[in-house]
Design a protein around this ligand. Structure first.
Ligand code: ATP
Length: 617
């Protein structure tokens, strides 16, 4: 029996997983969170949606201009709000960059062209981010250092539809700013940082899943071959290949098989493969909030004692020393902000942000500097960027309360399906949905053959429950359709890399990849399995619906169960039709989403919005 209970879902804070036979309470530096209760199936997609008839953006999308907007608008109503522009607050955007170039650093420009192709141009959200987050060369941190917090540190929301390039939209300014303000290599400060006992990154990216953390790490690495920065993922992919000693394994509470339970702790340490001059340090670290909290506070910080007997022994057994220093953090990105500020994650996301603030000398929320500021308003002592493809009511209200002066960079296509997506609704036919799915998959492949494609298209099937994932996986297997059925507890997820998704995720290719002295065995470097070795059907839950960049060969997303709501629908659908590629979304079922959102109407509205906004960029 594994030493630790399995995570209900990797998207669930590990509250549910930390149950061991013998535990010790280790006082966190900050007040303890409420006693953790087992968390039910995560519902980071919420039912707080606009009225089905109120499709976002229809009024504004008919206006010819401006095509892009920078707003400091109040958030009023769930999905609808971001597109309801107040004329007073609307600021037309002029002089947006139309190509990747200065003021971005030359090396970054070269890298982005290398990854995206020489003729790539910024997507709208990238243009906005470059214009507003990349300072011109005259502005420097030196000038800003004397400013009060609210002027010195930016808070920004990047919001645009799925597959529109938000990752590069924040990575380019982030890497540019990190590189531009890097200390000279031979300076004493830099040397001290390189050889410091604890990693002390200057940038942190927080993402809801390990899979997304790893993919973002690989995105960032692909941009740092010329402008060199050390990018690391708080993931076991960074561990040396040698297996951990049994003592270390016991200390962490996980064994080799415990790693298979999907528990975040199995990927805890950030260690380089060798002790180079770069040591254990990183300029930019990527991870989930729970993993990062473990590193900051020391693994085991949140354990509750079961017995009072011999606490010192327990402590040495379960509690580790902190492995991360937050003092140098200047940039924090919260990717998939609507998930990470959803009630399921909020406590841990906030806790991490508070820890960073405290490490930087500012205890939140009642810093002396905050006197006179509206209660609840949070002013962090670092640049704070949030990204999202959907703004549910919970996030809207959170931003209104805590970040009223946030700069919002948003696309008017927010909350719409990508324009390259076709949609289809398959009502019940045989009474057996598994059989309906099988038939539809075969149709996809028949069409491939008809069009002379040598390789079969890949199909991603979303189910609402893990049991359904397993059931459908078995059914298709019996019908001769090999597939990867992946739930939060699947053993395939334990390997500490994204290899289990090889062939499905888009590989990050860089033609000019140089020999990188900081290279690790990250998933980006794992060879992608050949198509014949890889199943063409992936079956999963909402676990993989967020942020992941799937291969263009994944042309179809099936929703076996009707999505819980429009947000769920948009994120699941958005795994195909990315970056202008063609994609098809097929929704199976009776036609009502949970919360009585009508599937047909959602599909129709999504199309209508697409048509009315076509050509606006
Ligand atoms: N300027 C560009 N031109 C062409 N392709 C691009 C450009 N920028 C990004 N891409 C590609 O678009 C794809 C989607 O990018 P990314 O994953 O950042 O989207 P996203 O907006 O974060 O999506 P999601 O909301 O689903 O997380 C990636 O494969 C990326 O390489």
């Amino acid at each position: 029996m594994p030493a630790r209970k399995r995570l209900v879902d990797n998207l669930t804070p590990k509250v549910a997983s930390r149950q061991q036979p013998r535990r010790v309470e280790v006082a966190p530096r900050r007040p303890s969170p409420p006693k953790r209760q087992p968390t039910p199936e995560p519902k980071f997609v919420r039912d707080d949606l606009p009225h089905p008839g109120e499709q976002p953006g229809t009024s504004d999308s008919s206006k010819p201009s401006p095509s892009l907007v920078l707003r400091r608008a109040r958030l009023r109503h769930s999905l609808e709000d971001e597109l309801q522009l107040s004329p007073k607050r609307l600021q037309p955007i002029k002089d947006l960059p139309r190509s990747f170039g200065p003021p971005l650093l030359r090396g970054l420009v070269e890298s982005v062209r290398d990854v995206l192709g020489p003729s790539a141009v910024p997507t709208p959200i990238q243009s906005l981010a470059i214009k507003h987050l990349v300072p011109d060369s005259k502005t420097s941190n030196v000038h800003r250092s004397g400013l009060p917090s609210h002027q010195r540190w930016h808070q920004c929301l990047l919001a645009s539809e799925t597959g529109s390039g938000k990752s590069f939209a924040y990575l380019l300014p982030l890497l540019h700013n990190l590189k531009r303000t890097e200390m000279p290599h031979n300076s004493p400060h830099r040397q001290a940082q390189l050889h410091s006992h604890l990693p002390s990154p200057r940038g942190l990216i927080i993402a809801p899943t390990h899979e997304l953390s790893r993919q973002l790490t690989s995105f960032a690495k692909s941009l740092t071959h010329i402008e060199k920065l050390r990018v690391r993922c708080a993931s076991r992919a960074n561990l040396p290949n040698t297996s951990r000693s049994s003592t270390a394994s016991k200390m962490s509470g996980d064994t080799t098989s415990a790693g298979a339970d999907g528990d975040a702790s199995a990927e805890f340490e950030v260690r380089p493969p060798r002790e180079t001059e770069y040591g254990r340090n990183a300029d930019l670290l990527v991870g989930t909030p729970m993993k990062l909290l473990d590193m900051v506070r020391g693994y085991g910080w949140d354990r509750q004692p079961e017995t009072q007997a011999d606490p010192s022994e327990e402590q040495s057994f379960f509690k580790r020393e902190p492995e991360l220093n937050l003092e140098k953090i200047e940039y924090v990105v919260v990717d998939e902000a609507d998930v990470l500020f959803d009630p399921d994650f909020l406590e841990y996301t906030q806790m991490l942000l508070s820890d960073i603030s405290e490490a930087r000398g500012r205890v939140l929320p009642e810093s002396p500097e905050d006197r006179g500021v509206r209660p609840g308003v949070l002013m962090y002592p670092f640049h704070f960027i949030m990204t999202t493809a959907t703004i549910p009511a919970s996030l809207a209200s959170y931003l209104d309360t805590h970040h009223p002066n946030l700069i919002r960079l948003a696309s008017p296509k927010l909350h719409q399906l990508p324009s390259s997506l076709k949609t289809e609704h398959v009502g019940p036919s045989t009474g057996n949905r598994n059989s309906d799915v099988e038939k539809r998959i075969r149709r996809v492949w028949d069409e491939d053959a008809h069009q002379g494609r040598s390789e079969k298209s890949k199909v991603l099937v979303f189910c609402n429950r893990s049991t359904k994932v397993e059931e459908l996986g078995k059914y298709l297997e019996e019908k001769g359709i090999p597939n990867l059925a992946l739930t939060s507890t699947s053993e395939a997820r334990s390997i500490g890399s994204n290899r289990h998704l090889a062939g499905f995720l888009k590989p990050q290719v860089s033609s000019k990849k140089q020999k990188d002295p900081m290279a690790t065995s990250s998933d980006s470097e794992h060879p992608v399995a050949k198509p014949k070795e890889t199943p063409n059907v992936l079956i999963t839950t909402s676990l993989l619906s967020r942020g992941l960049d799937f291969s263009p060969s994944l042309t179809h997303v099936f929703m076996l169960d009707e999505p819980r709501n429009q947000i769920d629908f948009l994120h699941r659908a958005g795994r195909t039709g990315r970056a202008g590629e063609q994609g098809t979304v097929v929704v199976f079922g009776k036609g009502k989403m949970r919360g009585s959102v009508d599937v047909e109407r959602t599909l129709q509205n999504s199309k209508r919005d697409f048509k009315s906004s076509r050509g606006r960029y």
